[in-house]
Design a protein around this ligand. Structure first.
Ligand code: ATP
Ligand code: FE
Length: 371
């Protein structure tokens, strides 16, 4: 079994070829980081153009690196949501084109399920049921994964995701945004005093598992203003006094941002263990899971609760094609896939795109537990 995975839901164009046994044959990512620096965020139209420009090259490189042609594939997997429709469409169009030409089955993949299941590729002992925290640019999710395709959502964000808070903090601190903001904040935070600014931990009075990062973002912005930090002056040109106040803000922000994760995760694990006492693993994935401080703190939470932390390597935590191919494989093996598109598929076919697509059902008892 050999599957090509294609990912275009947000700002990276990615493709990879993976074997049914989990062997990664190739992995290609084309990032739009330069565009992000220019425009200060993801502009859907710009992102779509960048995907359209990159998609042929990225999928071809994935096949070349794997020393294969599309004829050798067993199926094509592609992200169909959640994400920006304009962007999703670019990947889906390419996936259908290949599937149509070579009459291959298609698997439509949920982006956040892919972030979750890739942990089962990197850790082959990871069995259902397990607990998962997904932390990325657009999502903060606490999930009880009961079985393949059967997820219960214990918590989500009520406003911004943690990755968004990292990105804005980086921007306001004048950090180098050529990579995404997260790694830059993580690096600078190592120089700072994380106790120097007393940011308030969000939602401490809400005894549920939801998240909120909008208030923390505002607190950071105010702190930056009160220290007269000018984001126009890059960190490399800042005075040493200015540099150390920026580092203090980065460290204090990171401490509280992660405290919020820790507090919610502890509670979510307790809820999950009541439903599924046999849980042994706690998966942490999504772009922010590449952060070493986040990993270390959540490792401790897992340990306290008697669980083992599973965190994919950074290149599989941020958006990638491997996670899409692997999720395709898991579904394919259960017989869940679409037949090849008809050879005479009309140009104006309406694709099944799911820009807003919840991962599983909400935990109904969450509200009463929270009381
Ligand atoms: P989503 O998965 O919600 O659709 P996305 O696909 O854009 O969003 P990912 O690629 O999974 O997000 O993750 C990108 C996010 O991860 C960015 O916000 C980035 O700042 C953050 N990130 C990446 N590395 C780190 C790090 N070392 N520390 C903190 N945050 C990080
Ligand atoms: Fe993602």
């Amino acid at each position: 079994l050999i599957v090509l995975g294609i990912e275009t839901s947000c700002d990276d164009t990615a493709a990879a070829v993976v074997r049914g046994n989990g062997e990664i044959l190739s992995q290609v990512v084309s990032s739009q980081a330069d565009l992000l620096v220019q425009y200060g965020g993801v502009a859907p139209k710009m992102a779509e153009e960048a995907h359209s420009k990159a998609i042929n090259r990225v999928t071809q490189s994935a096949l070349d690196e794997a020393n294969l042609t599309a004829k050798d594939l067993s199926a094509v997997a592609v992200t169909i949501g959640p994400g920006l429709s304009l962007c999703l469409r670019v990947g889906v169009r390419k996936a259908r084109e290949i599937a149509r030409s070579f009459q291959l089955p298609l698997i439509g993949v949920h982006h956040m399920e892919a972030h979750t299941l890739v942990a089962r590729l990197t850790d082959r002992n990871l069995q259902f049921p397990f607990m998962a925290l997904l932390i990325s640019g657009g999502h903060n999710l606490l999930i009880l994964a009961r079985d393949l395709g059967h997820y219960i959502q214990l918590g989500t964000t009520i406003d911004d995701a943690i990755g968004e808070a990292y990105d804005k903090t980086a921007k306001w601190l004048g950090l180098d945004m050529r990579r995404s903001g997260g790694p830059a904040v993580e690096e600078l935070a190592r120089e700072g005093d994380s106790e120097s600014i007393k940011f308030k931990t969000p939602m401490l009075h809400h005894k549920d598992c939801n998240f909120s990062y909008a208030g923390l973002k505002t607190q950071v912005k105010l702190a930056i203003g009160s220290k007269n930090i000018d984001a126009e002056i890059p960190l490399s040109l800042a005075s040493s006094h200015d540099r150390s106040s920026r580092a203090d803000i980065a460290a204090s922000f990171q401490r509280v941002a992660v405290l919020h994760l820790e507090e919610r995760c502890e509670r979510a694990i307790e809820w999950a263990l009541k439903m599924e006492p046999s849980i042994k693993y706690f998966v942490v994935s999504g772009g922010v899971a590449s952060n070493q401080y986040v990993r270390a703190r959540l490792e401790q939470i897992a340990k306290n609760k008697g669980l083992q932390l599973v965190c994919p390597p950074p290149s599989l935590c941020t958006d990638n094609g491997v996670m899409v191919a692997w999720t395709g494989i898991e579904h394919f093996q259960m017989g869940r896939f679409d037949p090849p598109p008809p050879a005479d598929e009309p140009e104006d076919t309406v694709y099944d795109l799911r820009p807003r697509w919840p991962l599983g059902e909400e935990y109904a008892e969450g509200k009463s537990e929270a009381r």
